[in-house]
Design a protein around this ligand. Structure first.
Ligand code: HEM
Length: 508
């Protein structure tokens, strides 16, 4: 027996180099194919594509794990830092099982978003479709996407924003603030938890007229928490995993929405009248020809899109402001001034005009979204061969515009890792007084440098156009900076006085 084993082993050892060689050849040709070293599929058939530089990483998984390694939101992380240093702001890689170009370049990111539908299309990993639904706006492309989008945008019209949403936001804010009174609860609370509760209640009210504090709303919120954990986890669908639990929660949440739909239909049939509830569910049922399945996916994905982002932004704003007392002081001054004027007018509710007067508040929001990087990068697919800045990006490849890398690019934002809401002042039409910080004043800004993609709803565009925040004053190869926490307020007072705007002029 031992002799047989020895002979098999020696034969295997003899063949080992050949086996290794065959494996190596297979891998290199697969990688070469993967990375476009085959012929350029576009107009220039004979030429090899000039792909951006980069690495392929491991077979199958590529560089996915390195790319996804956790890092603070206020930095781009070691992986991006190293890759940008080595290859520049546009590099190729193999991520999420696809040949991919990663872009930390403001120009290319803008180009991608401006050519949505023509050269690029939205392409999130299949697991996202599995969990958000095949009719989710993040998954749809082309006409079905346009239809869903216009339904949501019509619902979020500016008339509705002013008449319904603003008072609702005020009501829900007061509910949360009341809870913070020392008499009603303990002095310590989690900003993130409060922000999540606030946005969930607001979304549930606007989507399905569900009231905060009610048992049904609370149950839905807890189910939604499980659902969310699965959205951001590895898509491993077997019992016990976060993804599996999330799929179960998805079914429960859809069950709740479905029940609400049936109740509405029943009510409509019984009373032969239109629905009273002025929410997205009612809107979609009355104003669209969407099927039940489409309405369910639309509602769930809007709940996800609006809740996760806004709650994260709110929590981050609290986190950044805690390190910047000067900004808190200026915010308080702005809000007290608005309250004083309100009182003089004999009003007690926040009006749209009051909201438009919150210019410094808007600066704080912009800076929070820039530095906090709520959405780090987007997933897009190249649908036609693209030639950009000397590089070829073949059709079929994925492209990831990394928004965070642009937000933290020191050639676009001076001292990008510091929380400095005043950097947005010029952009929003403020003028500096004599006490202005000289370096900040010298920076200037270039409003409207990028036009957000037609894909983005107005609620999401404020910060999307930040790729050209301030005029580039310096350029470096690796111009991004990584840090573990944002630096505090810029030193020295940047006195800002609001430029009186003519009545009716737009502040934002
Ligand atoms: C701080 C808050 C928010 C941030 C940072 C944010 C960010 C984004 C980003 C980056 C996208 C683009 C995704 C892509 O195209 O790949 C997006 C899309 C979207 N967002 Fe927001 N969002 C915010 C708030 C909201 C709110 C409150 C709602 C709804 C009530 C909303 C609804 C949507 C929808 C429906 C889409 C998909 C649009 C489409 O595919 O055309 N977002 N958001």
């Amino acid at each position: 027996m031992a002799a047989i084993m020895a002979s098999i082993t020696s034969e295997l050892l003899f063949f080992l180099p050949f086996i290794l060689l065959a494996l190596l050849t297979f891998y290199t040709s697969a990688v070469a194919k993967c990375h476009g070293l085959h012929r350029w599929s576009g107009r220039t058939k004979k030429r090899r594509p000039n792909l951006p530089p980069g690495a392929v990483g491991w077979p199958f998984i590529g560089e996915t794990f390195g790319y996804l390694r956790a890092h603070p939101a206020t930095s781009i992380g070691q992986f991006m830092d190293q890759h940008i240093c080595r290859y520049g702001k546009i590099y190729r890689s193999s991520l999420f099982g696809d040949r991919t170009v990663v872009s930390a370049d403001a120009g290319l990111n803008r180009y991608v978003l401006q050519n949505e539908g023509r050269l690029f299309e939205c392409s999130y990993p299949r697991s996202i479709g599995g969990i958000l639904g095949k009719w989710s706006m993040l998954v749809l492309v082309g006409d079905p996407h346009r239809e869903m989008r216009s339904i949501s945008l019509n619902f979020l019209s500016s008339v509705r924003l002013r008449a319904v949403l603003l008072p609702e936001v005020e009501r829900h804010t007061l509910l949360v603030l009341r809870d913070w009174l020392p008499s009603s609860s303990s002095a310590v609370f989690s900003a993130q938890h409060e922000a999540k509760k606030f946005t969930f209640n607001l979304m549930a009210k606007n989507i399905m007229s569900m009231d905060p504090g009610e048992e049904e709303t609370e149950r839905l919120r807890l189910e939604y928490i499980t659902f969310m954990k699965g959205v951001v986890s590895a898509p491993l669908n077997f019992p016990g995993t976060a993804y599996w639990k999330a799929l179960k929660s998805r079914a429960t949440i859809l069950g709740v929405i479905e029940r609400k739909m049936e109740e509405r239909l029943e009510k409509m049939n019984k009373e032969a009248s239109s629905m009273e509830e002025d929410d997205l569910l009612g809107w979609a049922m009355k104003q669209s020809n969407l099927s039940k399945e489409q309405i369910l996916d639309l509602l769930l994905s809007l709940l996800f899109a609006g809740h996760e982002t806004s709650s994260m932004a709110l929590a981050l704003a609290i986190f950044f402001l805690e390190g910047c007392p000067k900004a808190v002081e200026e915010l308080r001054e702005e809000h007290l001034e608005i309250a004083r004027r309100q009182k003089l007018r004999g009003e007690c509710k926040l009006s749209w005009e009051d909201y438009k007067e919150m210019v410094f508040t808007q600066c704080v929001i912009n800076e929070t979204l820039r530095l906090g990087n709520v959405v780090r990068f987007l997933h897009r697919k190249v649908i036609r061969d693209v030639h950009y800045n000397g590089y070829d990006i073949p059709s079929g490849w994925k492209i990831l515009p990394v928004l965070a890398a642009v937000h933290l690019d020191s050639s676009l934002y001076e001292d990008p890792s510091s929380f400095n809401p005043w950097r947005w002042a010029t952009r929003l039409g403020w003028r500096r007084t004599a006490t202005s910080c000289p370096t900040a004043a010298a920076r200037g800004s270039a409003p409207g440098r990028s036009s957000p993609s037609s894909r983005w709803p107005s609620s999401c565009t404020t910060w999307c156009s930040t790729s050209g925040g301030s005029s580039p004053s310096r350029t470096r190869r690796s111009s991004t900076r990584s840090s573990t926490s944002p630096r505090g307020c810029p030193s020295g007072s940047i006195g800002l006085r609001r430029r009186r705007k003519e009545k009716g002029s737009k502040a934002f």
